[in-house]
Design a protein around this ligand. Structure first.
Ligand SMILES: Cc1cc2nc3c(=O)[nH]c(=O)nc-3n(C[C@H](O)[C@H](O)[C@H](O)COP(=O)(O)O)c2cc1C
Length: 189
């Protein structure tokens, strides 16, 4: 990678028994192997967004700072009632301009065979409105509850395929991140 960059991995749910945290931690671990890349894991449970919108009272300054620093985002979302969780929307909505001209990738999770595809499809128009640049493909974790051991390690039968797919998407995301970071700097924003 040409320059030092920051990737924010955003987990999309606060549910107590959430399984998608295993997929998010797996993506974080693969990203952490990259040189010149700082990876920040964002768990919405650790933040506080008291109200809707992006007025000062709708923000958590710690999240604002992460969004400002981030050069790329990787959202890992479960599917709840054919969409993405409200906690993820609340978190995403709390910022606007700081997302502009930065790339975002998605991973979907479900305990059935759809893998959260409807949640990801619902996210596309929402993040596009914020100026984020959406990748043209995603990664899906169907039966996410059966893919990882209790300690979070991916089961061996899935390991090769997911390592390849996640790394391919990271390559694409970081290619955009590098290009857009240079372009933002050249443009003075
Ligand atoms: C409120 C709620 C709604 C859900 N709706 C869907 C759904 O529409 N489609 C689906 O494939 N799975 C659905 N699921 C199951 C999730 O896919 C499952 O919980 C999976 O483990 C990923 O979410 P998690 O990170 O909360 O565990 C739903 C789960 C909850 C808690």
């Amino acid at each position: 990678m040409a320059q030092q960059m920051t990737l924010a991995v955003l987990l999309g749910t606060t549910r107590e028994q959430r399984q998608s945290i295993k997929a998010a931690r797996y993506i974080e671990s693969l990203a952490s192997e990259r040189e010149n890349l700082e990876v920040i894991f964002v768990d919405p449970k650790d933040f506080n967004f008291p109200g809707d919108g992006n007025d000062p009272e709708g923000k958590d300054p710690r999240y604002s700072q992460i969004v400002e620093e981030a050069d790329a985002f990787f959202v890992v979302t479960p599917e709840y009632n054919h969409s993405f969780p409200g906690s993820l929307k609340r978190m995403l909505d709390s910022e606007l301009q700081l997302y502009n001209h930065k790339p975002i990738a998605f991973a979907g999770c479900s305990d059935g065979n759809w893998g959260g595809v409807r949640a990801v499809e619902a996210l596309v128009p929402a993040v596009r409105e914020t100026g984020l640049v959406v990748m043209s493909w995603d990664v899906y974790f169907p039966y996410v509850n059966k893919m990882f051991a209790d300690d979070g390690a991916i089961l061996s039968e899935h390991s090769e395929r997911y390592q390849k797919n996640v790394n391919k998407l990271l390559d694409e995301l970081l290619w955009f991140a590098d290009m857009l970071k240079t372009a933002r700097r050249d443009k003075g924003n």
